[in-house]
Design a protein around this ligand. Structure first.
Ligand code: KG4
Ligand code: ZN
Length: 351
């Protein structure tokens, strides 16, 4: 499908995307939560600059992301990451700011104050260089992380697991996708972070819990799997079960590694079981995982095991699982469901 965008000042049409017939260099900015990121991607797949400034250290002292502080940190980092991305593009591919085809930015979902910083920077760059502006949905961008450095083409089944979302998505084409299952309560990343806090692990809980789990016995405790609709998920009961288990030790030292491993086993087997059922029903032979929790070692292991059953399995490398701007640039290139009006406003939740 042709994607025609307009240059902001001159109104000149610019064709973007796989059918444009020339090399596209898209610069994207991501600032929806606690990473300030800027990247430049050639033709949706080849990353020629990728810069991420993480705020993890700042938020660790508070045990979670404080939106106001996150927004201020984005303000401090935004110019630095943009400058560094331009520098990398020059060094890696001889690309100058004038060579950029379009500027993209994350519109939502995310923290509003944070999104405003990155999105306004992307809009400003598009105005300054008289190029098209492309607004991107953060969740679509996570899916597109799988196009980076690969030759993956739709259709495929996707498992999107992040701090805010847990969805099984039927990706029919670059732009047509249907959510066929999702969580009815906590997102999987949220469950990881809450359980981590419950057993005394420091922020950011998810990756720490994953690390502990790798040293524990996954069958030490049998934790309950929620009974919900076909492709939906529920993790709040599991969280309560861990709370009950913790209380049963009555202040005695917790077998933290075994609790982590048992929790991880329950979550990963539930997720992958449902993805497999969705794959079987769709008849697709490709499956991908995306989102911050796609960095999880056990979920990756179980998803990759599907390749032994004949499925093509894609999972982005760790650097493209957690928030980054390369996935946003890829989405701007491939996906027609973008927000191209310069007046588009940021949004916190999926409408
Ligand atoms: O996609 P993401 O970077 O941000 C959004 O939510 O959009 O995902 C962050 C989530 C957090 O909940 C974090 O704890 C979780 O991903 N996470 C992990 C791992 N790495 C990040 N959860 C489990 N295991 C991991 N290795
Ligand atoms: Zn994310």
């Amino acid at each position: 499908m042709k994607m025609i965008k307009k240059k902001l000042f001159s109104d000149e049409p610019v064709e973007i995307g796989p059918e444009s017939g020339y090399d596209n260099y898209i610069m994207a900015i991501e600032s929806s939560c606690d990473e300030t990121a800027c990247a430049i991607v050639k033709n949706g797949r080849e990353v020629i600059a990728n810069v991420v400034a993480s705020q993890i250290k700042t938020h660790a002292q508070f045990g979670g992301v404080i939106p106001e502080i996150a927004a201020r940190e984005h303000m401090d980092s935004i110019n630095i990451v943009i400058e560094e991305a331009f520098k990398q593009a020059k060094e890696n591919a001889g690309i100058n700011p004038e060579d950029i085809t379009a500027f993209a930015g994350t519109v939502g979902p995310g923290l509003v104050g944070c999104l405003l910083v990155g999105l306004n920077a992307a809009k400003t760059l598009a105005l300054v260089y008289d190029k098209p502006f492309i607004g991107v949905n953060h969740l679509n961008a996570h899916l597109c992380g799988n196009y980076l450095d690969t030759d993956l083409k739709p259709p495929f089944m996707a498992l999107l697991v992040s701090g805010g979302h847990t969805q099984i998505i039927d990706v029919k084409s670059y732009s047509e996708q249907h959510i066929i299952g999702e969580t009815i309560d906590d997102a999987v990343g949220e469950a990881y972070d809450k359980v981590a806090r419950l057993i005394g692990l420091p922020y950011p809980g998810g990756p720490k819990l994953d690390k502990m789990a790798q040293e524990g016995n996954p069958h030490a405790y049998k934790l309950p799997e929620a009974k919900v609709d076909k492709f939906d998920f529920s993790f709040s009961g599991l969280k309560t079960a861990v709370l009950r288990l913790v209380k049963s030790f009555d202040g005695k030292e917790l077998p933290v590694k075994d609790i982590c491993a048992s929790f991880q086993e329950c979550v990963s087997s539930t997720l992958v079981k449902k993805v497999k059922r969705a794959l079987e029903e769709s008849g697709y032979n490709q499956v991908i995982i995306a989102g911050g929790v796609a960095a999880n070692s056990e979920i990756r292991k179980k998803i990759f095991a599907l390749s032994e059953e004949g499925y093509n399995v894609f999972a982005p490398p760790m650097k493209y699982c957690t928030d980054n701007a390369a996935m946003v640039a890829s989405c701007a290139y491939f996906n027609t469901n973008t927000f191209d009006d310069i007046n588009v406003e940021v949004f916190s939740r999926v409408k």
